[in-house]
Design a binder for this molecule. Sequence first.
Ligand code: PXG
Length: 467
Amino acid sequence: MTLHPSHNQEKNTEYLQKINGEHHMQPFSANGELAEAGARIIDKADGCYIWDTDGNKILDAMSGLWCTSIGYGRDEIADAVAEQMKKLPYYNTFFKTSHSPAALLAERLATLAPEHINKVFFSSGGSDANDTNIRLVRHYWATKGKKSKKTIIARHNAYHGSTVGAASLGGMKFMHEQGDLPIPGIVHINQPYWYAEGGDKDPETFGLERARELEEKILELGEDNVAAFIGEPIQGAGGVIIPPDSYWPEIQRICDKYEILLIADEVICGFGRTGNWFASTTFNIKPDLITIAKGLSSGYLPIGGVLISDRVADVIYSEEGGEFNHGYTYSGHPATCIAALKNLDIMERENLIDRIKNELGPYLKERWLTLSDHPLVGEARLMGTVGAIELTPDKASRAPFKAKEGTVGTICRDYCFANNLIMRAVGDTMIISPQFTMSFEEVDELVAKARLCLDKTLEQITAENID
Ligand code: PXG
Protein backbone atom coordinates (compact mmCIF):
# COMPACT_ATOMS: atom_id res chain seq x y z
CA MET A 1 0.00 0.00 0.00
CA THR A 2 1.36 3.39 -0.90
CA LEU A 3 0.77 6.18 1.58
CA HIS A 4 1.33 9.81 0.92
CA PRO A 5 2.25 11.55 4.12
CA SER A 6 1.83 15.28 3.97
CA HIS A 7 3.83 17.70 6.09
CA ASN A 8 1.18 17.93 8.84
CA GLN A 9 0.65 14.19 9.29
CA GLU A 10 2.96 14.01 12.29
CA LYS A 11 0.08 14.90 14.59
CA ASN A 12 -2.56 12.86 12.82
CA THR A 13 -3.12 10.11 15.37
CA GLU A 14 -5.24 7.91 13.14
CA TYR A 15 -2.79 8.03 10.27
CA LEU A 16 0.21 7.37 12.51
CA GLN A 17 -1.52 4.47 14.24
CA LYS A 18 -2.35 3.01 10.86
CA ILE A 19 1.16 3.14 9.39
CA ASN A 20 2.65 2.13 12.74
CA GLY A 21 0.37 -0.90 12.93
CA GLU A 22 1.08 -1.86 9.33
CA HIS A 23 4.85 -1.55 9.37
CA HIS A 24 6.34 -1.22 12.84
CA MET A 25 6.85 -4.44 14.81
CA GLN A 26 7.25 -3.38 18.45
CA PRO A 27 9.21 -4.85 21.36
CA PHE A 28 7.49 -7.02 23.98
CA SER A 29 4.11 -6.59 22.25
CA ALA A 30 1.35 -8.82 20.92
CA ASN A 31 1.81 -7.09 17.59
CA GLY A 32 -1.37 -8.32 15.90
CA GLU A 33 -3.52 -7.08 18.76
CA LEU A 34 -1.56 -3.83 19.02
CA ALA A 35 -1.87 -3.10 15.30
CA GLU A 36 -5.61 -3.62 15.62
CA ALA A 37 -6.02 -1.37 18.69
CA GLY A 38 -3.46 1.24 17.61
CA ALA A 39 -0.51 2.35 19.73
CA ARG A 40 -0.66 5.53 21.77
CA ILE A 41 1.52 7.93 19.82
CA ILE A 42 3.74 10.10 21.99
CA ASP A 43 4.47 13.46 20.48
CA LYS A 44 6.58 15.54 22.87
CA ALA A 45 7.80 15.79 26.42
CA ASP A 46 8.94 18.28 29.01
CA GLY A 47 10.06 17.85 32.62
CA CYS A 48 8.11 14.91 34.06
CA TYR A 49 5.31 15.00 31.47
CA ILE A 50 4.74 13.50 28.05
CA TRP A 51 2.04 14.52 25.54
CA ASP A 52 0.36 12.24 23.03
CA THR A 53 -0.79 13.31 19.57
CA ASP A 54 -4.33 13.86 20.90
CA GLY A 55 -2.95 16.50 23.26
CA ASN A 56 -3.26 14.51 26.50
CA LYS A 57 -0.72 15.57 29.12
CA ILE A 58 0.51 12.50 30.98
CA LEU A 59 2.58 12.30 34.18
CA ASP A 60 5.40 9.89 33.40
CA ALA A 61 6.22 8.13 36.66
CA MET A 62 8.43 5.58 34.85
CA SER A 63 11.04 8.00 33.43
CA GLY A 64 10.34 6.57 29.99
CA LEU A 65 11.68 3.08 30.60
CA TRP A 66 13.65 3.84 33.79
CA CYS A 67 15.88 6.26 31.85
CA THR A 68 15.08 9.95 31.86
CA SER A 69 16.47 10.76 35.31
CA ILE A 70 17.10 14.44 34.58
CA GLY A 71 13.66 14.90 33.02
CA TYR A 72 12.71 15.69 29.45
CA GLY A 73 13.41 18.88 27.53
CA ARG A 74 17.05 19.59 28.31
CA ASP A 75 18.09 21.68 25.31
CA GLU A 76 21.62 21.77 26.62
CA ILE A 77 22.05 18.09 25.71
CA ALA A 78 20.50 18.56 22.28
CA ASP A 79 22.80 21.52 21.59
CA ALA A 80 25.96 19.72 22.72
CA VAL A 81 25.04 16.66 20.65
CA ALA A 82 24.31 18.83 17.58
CA GLU A 83 27.70 20.46 17.90
CA GLN A 84 29.42 17.08 18.16
CA MET A 85 27.43 15.75 15.19
CA LYS A 86 28.73 18.60 13.06
CA LYS A 87 32.31 18.12 14.19
CA LEU A 88 32.64 14.32 14.28
CA PRO A 89 29.32 12.46 13.93
CA TYR A 90 30.96 9.07 13.96
CA TYR A 91 34.24 7.37 14.24
CA ASN A 92 34.98 3.91 15.57
CA THR A 93 37.10 3.02 18.58
CA PHE A 94 38.62 -0.09 16.99
CA PHE A 95 42.05 -0.37 15.32
CA LYS A 96 44.08 1.87 17.62
CA THR A 97 41.84 4.95 17.30
CA SER A 98 39.74 6.86 19.81
CA HIS A 99 38.33 10.37 20.19
CA SER A 100 37.83 12.96 22.88
CA PRO A 101 34.16 12.20 23.79
CA ALA A 102 34.98 8.53 24.53
CA ALA A 103 38.18 9.38 26.39
CA LEU A 104 36.52 12.13 28.44
CA LEU A 105 33.51 10.02 29.37
CA ALA A 106 35.74 7.08 30.34
CA GLU A 107 37.75 9.36 32.62
CA ARG A 108 34.58 10.86 34.12
CA LEU A 109 33.14 7.41 34.85
CA ALA A 110 36.35 6.31 36.52
CA THR A 111 36.01 9.30 38.87
CA LEU A 112 32.38 8.59 39.69
CA ALA A 113 32.72 4.81 40.05
CA PRO A 114 33.75 3.13 43.31
CA GLU A 115 37.47 3.47 43.98
CA HIS A 116 38.51 0.01 42.78
CA ILE A 117 37.01 0.68 39.32
CA ASN A 118 38.96 2.67 36.76
CA LYS A 119 38.03 1.38 33.32
CA VAL A 120 34.96 1.19 31.09
CA PHE A 121 34.01 -0.74 27.96
CA PHE A 122 31.25 0.95 25.95
CA SER A 123 28.17 -0.61 24.36
CA SER A 124 24.91 0.73 22.94
CA GLY A 125 22.69 -0.39 25.82
CA GLY A 126 22.30 -2.80 28.71
CA SER A 127 21.71 -6.05 26.83
CA ASP A 128 24.87 -5.90 24.77
CA ALA A 129 26.80 -4.72 27.85
CA ASN A 130 25.74 -7.91 29.61
CA ASP A 131 26.85 -9.93 26.59
CA THR A 132 30.20 -8.17 27.03
CA ASN A 133 30.18 -9.37 30.63
CA ILE A 134 29.78 -12.98 29.52
CA ARG A 135 32.75 -12.61 27.15
CA LEU A 136 34.80 -10.71 29.72
CA VAL A 137 34.46 -13.08 32.66
CA ARG A 138 35.26 -16.13 30.55
CA HIS A 139 38.24 -14.40 28.94
CA TYR A 140 39.39 -13.32 32.41
CA TRP A 141 39.43 -16.83 33.82
CA ALA A 142 40.91 -18.38 30.65
CA THR A 143 43.72 -15.81 30.76
CA LYS A 144 44.40 -16.81 34.36
CA GLY A 145 44.71 -20.42 33.20
CA LYS A 146 41.35 -21.48 34.63
CA LYS A 147 39.45 -22.24 31.43
CA SER A 148 36.90 -24.42 33.22
CA LYS A 149 35.57 -21.47 35.21
CA LYS A 150 32.84 -20.64 32.70
CA THR A 151 29.41 -21.00 34.25
CA ILE A 152 27.55 -17.86 35.31
CA ILE A 153 25.01 -18.03 38.11
CA ALA A 154 22.03 -15.68 37.81
CA ARG A 155 18.56 -15.52 39.34
CA HIS A 156 15.01 -16.45 38.43
CA ASN A 157 12.91 -13.41 37.54
CA ALA A 158 15.99 -11.28 36.88
CA TYR A 159 16.07 -9.00 33.84
CA HIS A 160 19.40 -8.49 32.12
CA GLY A 161 18.24 -7.67 28.59
CA SER A 162 16.90 -9.21 25.44
CA THR A 163 19.81 -10.49 23.35
CA VAL A 164 20.39 -14.26 23.42
CA GLY A 165 23.13 -13.88 26.04
CA ALA A 166 21.39 -11.29 28.20
CA ALA A 167 18.00 -13.04 28.06
CA SER A 168 19.79 -16.22 29.16
CA LEU A 169 21.29 -14.38 32.13
CA GLY A 170 17.82 -13.08 32.87
CA GLY A 171 15.41 -15.37 34.61
CA MET A 172 12.19 -14.51 32.79
CA LYS A 173 10.46 -17.81 32.01
CA PHE A 174 8.26 -16.28 29.34
CA MET A 175 11.38 -15.14 27.50
CA HIS A 176 13.20 -18.46 27.89
CA GLU A 177 10.22 -20.25 26.41
CA GLN A 178 10.69 -18.43 23.10
CA GLY A 179 13.93 -19.59 21.49
CA ASP A 180 15.20 -22.36 23.73
CA LEU A 181 16.96 -20.31 26.38
CA PRO A 182 19.04 -20.16 28.50
CA ILE A 183 22.14 -21.03 26.48
CA PRO A 184 24.45 -23.58 28.11
CA GLY A 185 26.69 -22.32 30.92
CA ILE A 186 24.10 -20.14 32.62
CA VAL A 187 22.12 -21.38 35.64
CA HIS A 188 19.65 -19.74 37.98
CA ILE A 189 18.96 -19.64 41.70
CA ASN A 190 15.96 -18.18 43.54
CA GLN A 191 15.40 -14.47 44.04
CA PRO A 192 15.25 -12.59 47.38
CA TYR A 193 11.56 -11.70 46.93
CA TRP A 194 10.32 -11.76 50.52
CA TYR A 195 6.81 -10.40 49.86
CA ALA A 196 5.85 -13.16 47.43
CA GLU A 197 8.06 -16.04 48.51
CA GLY A 198 9.06 -15.38 52.12
CA GLY A 199 5.97 -16.92 53.74
CA ASP A 200 6.11 -16.72 57.54
CA LYS A 201 9.87 -16.22 57.71
CA ASP A 202 11.22 -12.93 58.85
CA PRO A 203 12.77 -11.03 55.94
CA GLU A 204 16.37 -11.21 57.20
CA THR A 205 16.32 -14.99 57.68
CA PHE A 206 14.76 -15.35 54.26
CA GLY A 207 17.38 -13.04 52.69
CA LEU A 208 20.20 -15.16 54.13
CA GLU A 209 18.57 -18.36 52.92
CA ARG A 210 18.23 -17.04 49.40
CA ALA A 211 21.84 -15.79 49.36
CA ARG A 212 23.07 -19.19 50.56
CA GLU A 213 21.50 -20.79 47.51
CA LEU A 214 24.49 -19.28 45.72
CA GLU A 215 26.86 -21.25 47.92
CA GLU A 216 24.87 -24.43 47.38
CA LYS A 217 24.93 -23.93 43.63
CA ILE A 218 28.70 -23.28 43.61
CA LEU A 219 29.29 -26.46 45.64
CA GLU A 220 27.01 -28.42 43.32
CA LEU A 221 28.80 -27.20 40.18
CA GLY A 222 32.28 -27.12 41.71
CA GLU A 223 33.98 -23.77 42.21
CA ASP A 224 36.44 -24.57 39.41
CA ASN A 225 33.53 -24.39 37.00
CA VAL A 226 31.95 -21.13 38.12
CA ALA A 227 33.02 -17.80 36.60
CA ALA A 228 30.64 -15.25 38.06
CA PHE A 229 27.40 -14.35 39.78
CA ILE A 230 25.22 -11.60 38.30
CA GLY A 231 22.40 -9.70 40.00
CA GLU A 232 20.52 -6.41 39.90
CA PRO A 233 20.99 -4.73 43.31
CA ILE A 234 17.24 -4.07 43.17
CA GLN A 235 15.39 -6.15 40.56
CA GLY A 236 13.65 -3.63 38.33
CA ALA A 237 11.58 -5.26 35.59
CA GLY A 238 10.95 -8.19 37.97
CA GLY A 239 8.84 -5.86 40.12
CA VAL A 240 11.13 -3.49 42.07
CA ILE A 241 12.25 -6.19 44.46
CA ILE A 242 14.30 -4.64 47.26
CA PRO A 243 16.22 -7.46 48.95
CA PRO A 244 16.35 -7.83 52.74
CA ASP A 245 19.44 -6.20 54.30
CA SER A 246 20.98 -9.59 54.96
CA TYR A 247 21.12 -10.57 51.29
CA TRP A 248 23.92 -8.67 49.55
CA PRO A 249 26.57 -8.94 52.32
CA GLU A 250 26.12 -12.72 52.26
CA ILE A 251 26.38 -12.81 48.45
CA GLN A 252 29.61 -10.79 48.71
CA ARG A 253 30.99 -13.18 51.36
CA ILE A 254 30.26 -16.19 49.18
CA CYS A 255 31.77 -14.66 46.03
CA ASP A 256 34.93 -13.80 47.99
CA LYS A 257 35.18 -17.24 49.60
CA TYR A 258 34.94 -19.15 46.32
CA GLU A 259 36.71 -16.65 44.05
CA ILE A 260 33.65 -15.95 41.95
CA LEU A 261 33.43 -12.62 40.09
CA LEU A 262 30.53 -10.45 41.18
CA ILE A 263 28.64 -8.57 38.45
CA ALA A 264 26.22 -5.88 39.60
CA ASP A 265 23.75 -5.03 36.84
CA GLU A 266 23.10 -1.37 37.61
CA VAL A 267 21.34 -0.52 34.35
CA ILE A 268 18.37 0.67 36.42
CA CYS A 269 19.97 1.23 39.83
CA GLY A 270 23.05 3.13 38.64
CA PHE A 271 23.49 6.89 38.33
CA GLY A 272 21.56 7.86 41.41
CA ARG A 273 18.35 5.82 41.49
CA THR A 274 19.00 4.55 45.00
CA GLY A 275 20.43 7.82 46.35
CA ASN A 276 24.11 7.10 45.61
CA TRP A 277 25.89 7.18 42.27
CA PHE A 278 25.85 3.40 42.37
CA ALA A 279 23.61 0.99 44.25
CA SER A 280 26.71 -1.06 44.98
CA THR A 281 27.56 1.74 47.41
CA THR A 282 24.02 1.71 48.82
CA PHE A 283 24.23 -2.04 49.46
CA ASN A 284 27.91 -1.94 50.41
CA ILE A 285 29.15 -4.46 47.87
CA LYS A 286 32.34 -4.44 45.82
CA PRO A 287 31.48 -5.74 42.36
CA ASP A 288 34.17 -6.76 39.88
CA LEU A 289 32.01 -5.54 37.00
CA ILE A 290 29.09 -3.11 36.85
CA THR A 291 26.65 -3.01 33.91
CA ILE A 292 25.51 0.52 33.04
CA ALA A 293 23.07 2.10 30.54
CA LYS A 294 19.77 4.07 30.84
CA GLY A 295 20.57 6.76 33.46
CA LEU A 296 24.08 7.15 32.04
CA SER A 297 22.61 9.39 29.33
CA SER A 298 19.12 9.73 30.84
CA GLY A 299 18.06 7.93 27.66
CA TYR A 300 18.74 10.98 25.49
CA LEU A 301 20.90 8.78 23.26
CA PRO A 302 21.53 5.03 23.44
CA ILE A 303 24.70 4.22 25.37
CA GLY A 304 25.68 1.57 27.89
CA GLY A 305 28.78 -0.18 29.05
CA VAL A 306 30.62 -2.22 31.64
CA LEU A 307 32.62 -0.65 34.44
CA ILE A 308 35.67 -2.81 35.04
CA SER A 309 37.51 -3.21 38.34
CA ASP A 310 41.28 -3.12 38.59
CA ARG A 311 41.25 -6.83 39.48
CA VAL A 312 39.69 -7.74 36.13
CA ALA A 313 41.40 -5.02 34.08
CA ASP A 314 44.88 -6.04 35.28
CA VAL A 315 44.36 -9.50 33.78
CA ILE A 316 42.70 -8.33 30.56
CA TYR A 317 45.44 -5.73 30.01
CA SER A 318 48.26 -8.21 30.75
CA GLU A 319 50.44 -9.69 28.04
CA GLU A 320 48.69 -13.03 28.46
CA GLY A 321 45.34 -11.25 28.01
CA GLY A 322 46.36 -10.33 24.47
CA GLU A 323 43.65 -8.98 22.22
CA PHE A 324 40.06 -8.94 23.51
CA ASN A 325 38.16 -10.04 20.40
CA HIS A 326 34.96 -8.20 21.11
CA GLY A 327 33.36 -4.84 20.34
CA TYR A 328 30.48 -3.01 18.73
CA THR A 329 30.38 -0.57 15.82
CA TYR A 330 28.89 1.99 18.17
CA SER A 331 31.16 1.32 21.19
CA GLY A 332 31.95 4.82 22.43
CA HIS A 333 29.92 6.58 19.71
CA PRO A 334 30.95 10.26 19.98
CA ALA A 335 27.45 11.78 20.06
CA THR A 336 26.22 9.33 22.70
CA CYS A 337 29.30 9.99 24.85
CA ILE A 338 28.63 13.73 24.66
CA ALA A 339 25.00 13.18 25.67
CA ALA A 340 26.20 11.14 28.67
CA LEU A 341 28.79 13.75 29.66
CA LYS A 342 26.19 16.54 29.55
CA ASN A 343 23.74 14.41 31.50
CA LEU A 344 26.36 13.86 34.21
CA ASP A 345 27.13 17.59 34.19
CA ILE A 346 23.47 18.34 34.86
CA MET A 347 23.22 15.74 37.63
CA GLU A 348 26.25 17.20 39.36
CA ARG A 349 25.38 20.85 38.82
CA GLU A 350 21.85 20.37 40.19
CA ASN A 351 22.98 18.05 43.00
CA LEU A 352 20.38 15.54 41.90
CA ILE A 353 21.86 12.56 43.73
CA ASP A 354 21.89 14.55 46.94
CA ARG A 355 18.30 15.60 46.23
CA ILE A 356 17.23 11.96 46.03
CA LYS A 357 18.98 11.10 49.25
CA ASN A 358 17.85 14.08 51.29
CA GLU A 359 14.77 15.67 49.71
CA LEU A 360 12.87 13.94 46.94
CA GLY A 361 13.59 10.38 48.13
CA PRO A 362 12.33 10.87 51.71
CA TYR A 363 9.28 12.88 50.55
CA LEU A 364 8.37 10.38 47.84
CA LYS A 365 8.80 7.51 50.29
CA GLU A 366 6.58 9.10 52.90
CA ARG A 367 3.85 9.85 50.35
CA TRP A 368 4.16 6.50 48.54
CA LEU A 369 3.93 4.48 51.75
CA THR A 370 0.60 6.16 52.57
CA LEU A 371 -0.86 3.90 49.87
CA SER A 372 -0.28 0.90 52.11
CA ASP A 373 -3.54 1.66 53.95
CA HIS A 374 -5.53 1.01 50.75
CA PRO A 375 -7.60 -2.20 50.96
CA LEU A 376 -5.97 -3.57 47.78
CA VAL A 377 -2.39 -2.97 48.86
CA GLY A 378 -0.42 -5.75 50.56
CA GLU A 379 2.83 -3.82 50.70
CA ALA A 380 4.19 -0.46 49.57
CA ARG A 381 7.98 -0.21 49.32
CA LEU A 382 10.41 2.33 47.95
CA MET A 383 14.10 3.09 47.90
CA GLY A 384 15.54 6.28 46.39
CA THR A 385 13.21 6.76 43.44
CA VAL A 386 12.10 3.20 42.69
CA GLY A 387 8.95 1.92 44.30
CA ALA A 388 6.28 -0.76 44.15
CA ILE A 389 2.89 -1.58 45.53
CA GLU A 390 1.71 -5.16 45.74
CA LEU A 391 -1.96 -5.75 45.01
CA THR A 392 -3.68 -8.46 47.00
CA PRO A 393 -7.20 -9.63 47.86
CA ASP A 394 -6.05 -10.25 51.45
CA LYS A 395 -3.66 -7.86 53.17
CA ALA A 396 -3.00 -10.10 56.17
CA SER A 397 -1.82 -13.17 54.26
CA ARG A 398 -0.30 -11.32 51.24
CA ALA A 399 -2.17 -13.86 49.12
CA PRO A 400 -2.14 -13.56 45.33
CA PHE A 401 -5.45 -13.21 43.45
CA LYS A 402 -7.20 -16.39 42.34
CA ALA A 403 -7.63 -14.75 38.94
CA LYS A 404 -4.79 -15.26 36.44
CA GLU A 405 -1.66 -13.36 37.52
CA GLY A 406 -1.65 -9.88 36.00
CA THR A 407 -5.42 -9.57 35.62
CA VAL A 408 -5.81 -7.02 38.40
CA GLY A 409 -2.48 -5.32 37.68
CA THR A 410 -3.55 -4.78 34.08
CA ILE A 411 -6.91 -3.32 35.18
CA CYS A 412 -5.06 -0.89 37.45
CA ARG A 413 -2.49 -0.06 34.75
CA ASP A 414 -5.29 0.70 32.28
CA TYR A 415 -6.94 3.07 34.78
CA CYS A 416 -3.59 4.82 35.17
CA PHE A 417 -3.34 5.17 31.40
CA ALA A 418 -6.90 6.52 31.21
CA ASN A 419 -6.13 9.01 33.98
CA ASN A 420 -2.93 10.24 32.37
CA LEU A 421 -0.47 8.57 34.70
CA ILE A 422 2.25 6.22 33.50
CA MET A 423 2.64 3.57 36.19
CA ARG A 424 3.70 0.05 35.11
CA ALA A 425 2.23 -3.29 36.11
CA VAL A 426 4.47 -6.31 36.58
CA GLY A 427 1.93 -9.05 37.15
CA ASP A 428 -0.10 -7.67 40.05
CA THR A 429 2.67 -5.39 41.26
CA MET A 430 2.47 -1.70 40.33
CA ILE A 431 5.81 0.03 39.93
CA ILE A 432 7.23 3.53 39.59
CA SER A 433 10.62 5.01 38.78
CA PRO A 434 10.13 8.76 38.45
CA GLN A 435 12.51 11.51 37.35
CA PHE A 436 15.00 12.87 39.90
CA THR A 437 13.67 16.35 39.14
CA MET A 438 10.07 15.65 40.13
CA SER A 439 8.64 18.47 42.26
CA PHE A 440 6.82 17.81 45.53
CA GLU A 441 3.56 18.92 43.83
CA GLU A 442 4.14 16.35 41.09
CA VAL A 443 4.77 13.69 43.73
CA ASP A 444 1.41 14.62 45.29
CA GLU A 445 -0.23 14.36 41.87
CA LEU A 446 1.37 10.96 41.32
CA VAL A 447 0.21 9.55 44.65
CA ALA A 448 -3.30 11.04 44.34
CA LYS A 449 -3.70 9.56 40.85
CA ALA A 450 -2.34 6.21 42.02
CA ARG A 451 -4.91 6.15 44.84
CA LEU A 452 -7.72 7.10 42.49
CA CYS A 453 -6.74 4.25 40.14
CA LEU A 454 -6.57 1.81 43.07
CA ASP A 455 -10.11 2.88 44.06
CA LYS A 456 -11.38 2.38 40.53
CA THR A 457 -9.64 -1.00 40.31
CA LEU A 458 -11.20 -2.12 43.57
CA GLU A 459 -14.60 -0.95 42.37
CA GLN A 460 -14.28 -2.90 39.12
CA ILE A 461 -12.97 -6.15 40.59
CA THR A 462 -15.68 -6.05 43.27
CA ALA A 463 -18.35 -5.53 40.61
CA GLU A 464 -16.93 -8.35 38.48
CA ASN A 465 -16.23 -10.71 41.40
CA ILE A 466 -12.55 -10.96 40.66
CA ASP A 467 -10.67 -12.14 43.73
N1 PXG B 1 19.76 -4.85 32.68
C1 PXG B 1 18.75 -4.35 33.39
C2 PXG B 1 18.78 -4.43 34.88
C3 PXG B 1 17.68 -3.74 32.74
O1 PXG B 1 16.65 -3.25 33.45
C4 PXG B 1 18.77 -4.22 30.63
C5 PXG B 1 19.80 -4.81 31.34
C6 PXG B 1 18.85 -4.19 29.14
O2 PXG B 1 19.09 -2.92 28.67
P1 PXG B 1 18.71 -2.51 27.16
O3 PXG B 1 19.28 -1.13 27.07
O4 PXG B 1 19.39 -3.44 26.24
O5 PXG B 1 17.21 -2.60 27.04
C7 PXG B 1 17.69 -3.66 31.32
C8 PXG B 1 16.58 -3.03 30.55
C9 PXG B 1 10.60 -3.31 31.75
C10 PXG B 1 11.78 -3.18 30.88
O6 PXG B 1 9.64 -3.93 31.30
C11 PXG B 1 13.02 -3.02 31.45
C12 PXG B 1 14.14 -2.92 30.63
C13 PXG B 1 14.01 -2.98 29.25
C14 PXG B 1 12.75 -3.15 28.70
C15 PXG B 1 11.64 -3.25 29.50
O7 PXG B 1 10.61 -2.81 32.87
N2 PXG B 1 15.37 -2.84 31.25
